[in-house]
Write a protein that binds this ligand. Structure first.
Ligand code: TMO
Length: 319
């Protein structure tokens, strides 16, 4: 309903201008900039924020739900135009593979520093006092067991698509199993159910996210990440296995673009290189959806209306 009426207004305005395409003169091309969306809230809201900003430049945009790993190949070959949330922990491998093949641009790094890791809400520390140390967690494994986990602790991970390797559990000799839920919403349902009963839970989470403000909570401190941990078995505390470390604690959040974007949509590309979201911006975008229960496009419009001084320079500064 809302989308339809917005479109009707746009068509009316366009008809009023008389010359179809006039609004796109500044964008370079009237072809749509294709913005891929994934399965966590901040990414979808941010995609709509940037899409709505591109529209202010006279560009046409469209949003396409896309697998969050396959998107790097899609951007590389131009099926998608940009990616706004390249999280180092989950996507560095796919992003680097696309960079090596050519066709995708690193369009810069947001100020937001990221972490994606095993996480628990604060009250769990009362049950397992040595947290957030991973060896303390390992010693508490039994209190995270479930009826069907054979006495092992359960670590609740997100969708399989995010490609978190369960090999870490074995590499570190932990008495845990990893289960995957199908969506981010299912993670929040697990969290809410456990918190209501004051039951220990350890689950995948990330920062920036709405949970930063709402649950406190901490990430498990595993042996610090090192690139060698992924490839060199002899590195780390287990001399016979890779994956004997945590995810990057100060991970990047990058933007990426199809290499044809700077010439096809120069104003939008210039804006993209300036776009720079902070921890607070990203957490707020997630909060509008996961706490305030807004639709993604409405959350984006709200963020834009509340942050004009932030995005004005991205679009219009001469330098
Ligand atoms: C990719 N994610 C932010 C859900 O960890």
């Amino acid at each position: 309903m809302k989308l339809l009426s917005k479109r009707a207004v746009a068509i009316t305005l366009f008809a009023g201008l008389g010359v179809a395409g006039t609004a796109n003169a500044d964008c370079g091309s009237s072809d749509s900039i294709v913005i891929p969306t994934h399965n966590w809230s901040s990414q979808i809201v941010m995609s709509h924020v940037v899409g709505q900003l591109f529209e202010k430049l006279g560009c046409n945009v469209e949003y396409t739900p896309t697998d969050s790993q396959a998107v790097y190949e899609a951007v590389r070959i131009g099926d998608a135009t940009i990616e706004l949330e390249v999280w180092e922990g989950s996507f560095a491998t796919s992003f680097n593979a696309a960079l090596d093949k050519g066709g995708i641009l690193d369009a810069g790094t947001h100020d937001a520093v990221t972490r994606e890791e095993w996480w628990y809400p604060t009250y769990v520390e009362e049950h397992c006092p040595g947290l957030p140390d991973w060896e303390a967690l390992a010693a508490c494994s039994e209190m995270f067991a479930r009826p069907d986990s054979g006495g092992k602790g359960v670590y609740v991970d997100g969708p399989v698509e995010w490609l978190h390797d369960p090999a870490r559990i074995d590499a570190l000799g932990m008495n845990f199993i990893q289960i995957n839920v199908g969506s981010a919403a299912a993670l929040w349902a697990e969290l809410e159910a456990a918190a209501k009963q004051n039951k220990p839970i350890v689950m995948f989470n990330w920062s920036p996210n709405f949970t930063d403000a709402l649950y406190g909570g901490s990430f498990i401190e595993f042996p610090a990440f090192d690139e060698k941990c992924k490839t060199d078995a002899s590195w780390g505390i287990n001399p016979d296995a890779t994956n004997d470390c945590g995810s990057p604690a100060g991970g990047y959040l990058k933007k990426a673009a199809w290499h044809g974007m700077p010439t096809k949509w120069p104003a939008a590309y210039k804006a993209l290189t300036r776009i720079n979201f902070t921890t607070n911006h990203v957490g707020t975008m997630a909060m509008f959806v996961d706490i305030d229960e807004m639709e993604h496009d409405e959350a984006a419009a709200r963020w834009i209306s509340e942050n004009e001084e932030v995005w004005n320079d991205w679009l219009y500064a001469s330098q």
